[in-house]
Design a protein around this ligand. Structure first.
Ligand SMILES: Cc1cc2nc3c(=O)[nH]c(=O)nc-3n(C[C@H](O)[C@H](O)[C@H](O)COP(=O)(O)O)c2cc1C
Ligand SMILES: C=C(O[C@@H]1CC(C(=O)O)=C[C@@H](OP(=O)(O)O)[C@H]1O)C(=O)O
Length: 358
């Protein structure tokens, strides 16, 4: 499987939702970087399952066990390897799904691709559980990036029809991002969180699920990072963001809205600020021109689909009898993926920047 990523750093993720553990190897990190395990735990806890009514009831400690690459609290330069135990599995919920693939999940395509040998339990290697590994690796990288003046933060931009206050594309600051990037279900406006929780609860009570959008920003990234044609910021970010299960769209800056703008409206006018730095008056470009950073905040949004495993009866097929069938899924699923995926988006951004800066 293509579970290895990165040009300059090498990220490799292994395991399945119900295997003994999942794990991650991250290679070519700079040596002698101090890594605070407590900061890693804060990020892991933001994503961990079993948190509240917006999440799956599967409860996992998500305590990473570092096997190598850290010694006396600093990176050694050797591959950093960690595992995270799977303890609260309930594999019987999945016994029927090899025959009756879940609409919206990877059961059918995985079975075709891997000749039926794929581990179906908990979604196997396709599970959102694997994002615990992304968060671990991202939590390491973001500590290194912080020391280089880079701060990353994200919030729930939308859940169903409930919307949060978006980032100010020009002035989003380190303080704004630091107010978000250690929180569960981070939002700019508490009112928005209330409305989002109501949307999630309504879907849950309806034996259904709901999607949304996560907005993420990185500030302090100097101008001049990234390369044409395929090594640009958009290329590198998109390739890791699409590795997050359930992500179906990625947009940068004004994104798809540019399609209905005129050039005079979309172009971000340059000016020199009081420190002699080139800045732009607007930031429709999301901090990226020609794949290269402008020095303005990098801004992107990801569209997260509604959780495929829902409680309602659905139509599927029986792969053994080759007939149409009905399916009722038994299991513990997130009614909405957005709240738990916020730290995952930040982690992906940290990995992308680490790769681009290395
Ligand atoms: C943090 C996170 C949690 C998820 N939780 C669930 C879940 O509880 N149930 C489910 O069916 N899918 C869940 N997903 C989504 C599926 O893993 C995903 O839809 C599936 O692997 C198919 O991949 P695709 O949606 O990218 O096509 C979750 C994804 C993430 C990132
Ligand atoms: C365990 C996690 O989320 C899981 C992601 C997931 C899926 O299909 O993606 C399905 C569920 O797995 P299970 O049926 O084993 O409970 C979620 O609980 C996690 O994110 O740590």
């Amino acid at each position: 499987m293509a579970s290895t990523w990165g040009e300059n750093i090498k990220l490799s993720i292994f395991g399945g939702s119900h295997t003994e553990a999942i794990g991650v190897v991250l290679d070519n990190l700079p040596p002698n970087e101090k890594i605070d395990m407590e900061k890693i735990r804060v990020q892991m806890a933001r994503r961990a399952p079993g948190k509240d009514k917006t999440a799956t009831t599967r409860l996992e400690a998500d305590e990473p066990q570092v096997l190598s690459g850290l010694f006396n609290g600093v990176t050694t330069g050797a591959p950093l390897a960690a595992i995270i135990a799977n303890t609260n599995t309930r594999s019987k919920d999945y016994s029927d799904l090899k025959i009756h693939p879940r609409p919206g999940h990877a059961d059918y395509t995985a079975s075709v691709r891997y000749d039926g040998a794929n581990d179906i339990r908990g979604g196997g290697h396709f599970s959102g559980r694997l994002t615990a590994c992304l968060v671990f690796a991202g939590a390491v990288c973001r500590q290194i990036l912080e020391r280089r003046g880079i701060t990353i933060g994200a919030h729930a931009y939308a859940v169903g029809s409930a919307k949060d206050t978006p980032f100010d594309p020009v002035n989003v600051s380190k303080d704004d991002l630091n107010a978000l990037n250690t929180r569960f279900f981070a939002v700019n406006s508490p009112k928005a969180e209330e409305k989002m929780r109501a949307e999630i609860e309504a879907a849950r009570l309806d034996a259904d699920s709901i999607g949304g959008i996560i907005e993420c920003a990185a500030v302090g990234v100097p101008a001049g990072i990234g390369s044409p044609m395929f090594g640009g910021i958009e290329n590198v970010f998109a390739s890791i963001l699409y590795g997050i299960p359930a992500v179906k769209g990625v947009e940068f800056g004004a994104g798809f809205d540019v399609a209905c703008m005129r050039g005079s409206e979309n172009n971000d006018a340059f000016y020199y600020d009081e420190n002699g730095l080139v800045r732009t008056k607007t930031n429709n470009a999301g901090g990226i021109l020609g794949g290269i950073t402008t020095g303005m905040p990098i801004l992107f949004r990801i569209a997260v689909k509604p959780t495929p495993s829902i409680g309602r009866e659905q139509h599927t097929v029986d792969l053994t009898t080759k007939t149409n069938a009905d399916l009722t899924i038994h299991g513990r699923h997130d009614p909405c993926i957005v709240p738990r995926a916020i730290p995952v988006a930040e982690a992906a951004a940290a990995l992308a920047l680490m790769d681009l800066l290395r």
